[in-house]
Write a protein that binds this ligand. Structure first.
Ligand SMILES: [Cu+2]
Length: 118
């Protein structure tokens, strides 16, 4: 009867090493958290804008809008997603699951912004 030779031992070590490496890779991937970028509304009567006007994010990331203004504003996408129209918006957050460029505006004042999802 043969006992486990040095070659078998080396092969076993190699397999275990590969498994350990795979475990590390998958752990690393799931640990990559999705980010949230913030957009506020700047300006005063007659000259408002979203700041920043263009946000670049990755698929699965979110954008959070908030403002505290002397005028009511909203965030309205052509997809009909929209925030409430308020002077103070504590938080309006959307997560983007598709790549593309998404334009939006404040329908009260007409200024625009965009979210670019890569
Ligand atoms: Cu507005």
């Amino acid at each position: 009867m043969r006992t486990r030779g040095p070659r078998t031992g080396a092969l076993l070590a190699l397999v275990l090493g590969v498994l350990a490496a795979l475990a590390l890779i998958s752990t690393g991937a799931s640990a990559a958290k999705h980010k949230t970028k913030s957009v506020t509304i700047n300006g005063s009567m007659g000259s408002y804008n979203f700041a920043p006007m263009k946000v670049k994010i990755k698929k699965g990331d979110s954008v959070k809008w908030s403002w505290n203004s002397d005028q009511p504003h909203n965030v309205t996408f052509s997809s009909k997603k929209h925030s409430k129209t308020k002077m103070q918006l504590k938080k309006y957050k959307l997560t983007f699951h598709k790549k593309g460029t998404f334009q939006y505006s404040c329908t009260v004042h007409g200024f625009t912004g965009s979210v670019v999802v890569k």
